[in-house]
Write a protein that binds this ligand. Structure first.
Ligand SMILES: [Zn+2]
Length: 343
């Protein structure tokens, strides 16, 4: 594959900073609960570019387009399923504009999140239908100027496969991150260790992979520690952890992480060899600036044990601990309520 802006940067730099949250930052800019963030690409493009700019100013080398819920299945909930091409193209074009004005290389990553449907064999959606929907989205992101496609927050391997096949139609490099839940595995029970093998099999054009979102920053680091032993020297890991643990306050979700906590999360990620580090839900430009400062001065330390991670970032689930210690957790429930997510 020809070098593109991401692979070029990875040759030059030991680590790259990815941006923070989209959805949770839009809420503080006025997004209403139940409103599709992707519509802002057309109705409020200056708010979308403003958040990208704030992340670039904080040091981000990679910015994710405002298109996480931009598949027809997600947009259908907002009667906008016939606007996939328009909204995704606009998302990529806005981010590209910010990148071009940055005065240094900034990679535009076309974000593709899950459909919100459950795929066969567990659910009803055909893999081929999901692939068609993702293909429409991927082609629009590429047309708008995305440098790479970023498949994120997937929890089923069937859906990751569908998105990866769709992404391959664009010829762009692909970054893939899945989400680990309270069992320390993906929702469908795939362990972090198994996932490394699956990424290699499932995703053509894969340049980096890892984990995003899920529970808190501590569990995310734990999941990457479990993946790390399977990873070769040339493979590139991605950490995009939530800003602390989500807590419900008066019906709203709040993230507890401080800039100090996210700085330590970033340093620990480097200590275990992660090369692309960002924040997921709750991560503001202020958090990202603190992470950038922390990474600039950081000389990677001896890789931590899970108890070191707990001491610095807070508790992890029993599942995460078990996978880090190389044993499969027992007697864990695989079922929990799914909730609609934004980033
Ligand atoms: Zn998230």
């Amino acid at each position: 594959m020809a070098l593109n802006s991401l692979t070029k940067l990875l040759l030059d730099r030991a680590w790259l900073l990815c941006d923070g949250a989209t959805g949770t930052n839009y809420f503080s800019l006025g997004l209403q609960s139940g409103e599709a963030p992707e519509l802002w690409n057309v109705t409020h493009p200056s708010r979308v570019s403003g958040l990208h700019e704030a992340f670039v100013d904080a040091g981000a080398d990679i910015i994710l387009t405002n298109s996480f819920g931009g598949s027809s299945y997600r947009l259908k909930l907002h009667q906008a399923d016939d606007r996939v091409a328009e909204l995704n193209r606009a998302a990529a074009a806005i981010a590209k504009g910010v990148a071009e004005r940055a005065g240094r290389p900034v990679v535009v990553a076309g974000s593709i999140g899950p459909t919100g449907e459950i795929l066969k064999p567990v659910g009803l959606l055909d893999v081929s239908d999901a692939e068609l929907a993702f293909k429409e989205q991927a082609i629009a992101l590429a047309a708008g100027g995305a440098d790479v496609l970023w498949l994120e927050t997937m929890s089923s391997t069937e859906e990751m496969r569908a998105a990866a096949l769709a992404a391959a139609h664009t010829g762009l490099p692909v970054v893939a991150t899945m989400t680990f839940d309270t069992n320390g595995s993906t929702m469908m029970g795939v362990s972090p260790q198994q996932l490394v093998e699956l990424y290699r099999e499932l995703v053509p054009g894969l340049v980096a992979f890892g984990a995003n979102c899920g529970i808190g920053a501590a569990d995310l680091v734990g999941a990457l520690m479990a993946m790390r032993d399977q990873v070769t020297q040339s493979e590139i890991l991605v950490a995009k952890g939530n800003c602390g643990i989500p807590q419900f306050v008066d019906g709203d979700i709040h993230y507890s992480g401080t800039p100090q906590l996210m700085s330590e999360y970033a340093r620990l990620s480097r200590d275990i060899g992660v090369r692309i580090i960002g924040g997921c839900c709750g991560t503001t430009p202020e958090h990202l600036a603190a992470m950038n400062e922390a990474l600039i001065d950081h000389v990677p330390r001896t890789p931590p044990e899970i108890d070191d991670v707990i001491e610095r970032l807070g508790p992890v689930t029993l599942g995460t601990r078990a996978y880090c210690e190389g044993v499969a957790p027992v007697a864990v429930s695989r079922f929990r309520r799914r909730r609609r997510k934004t980033h």
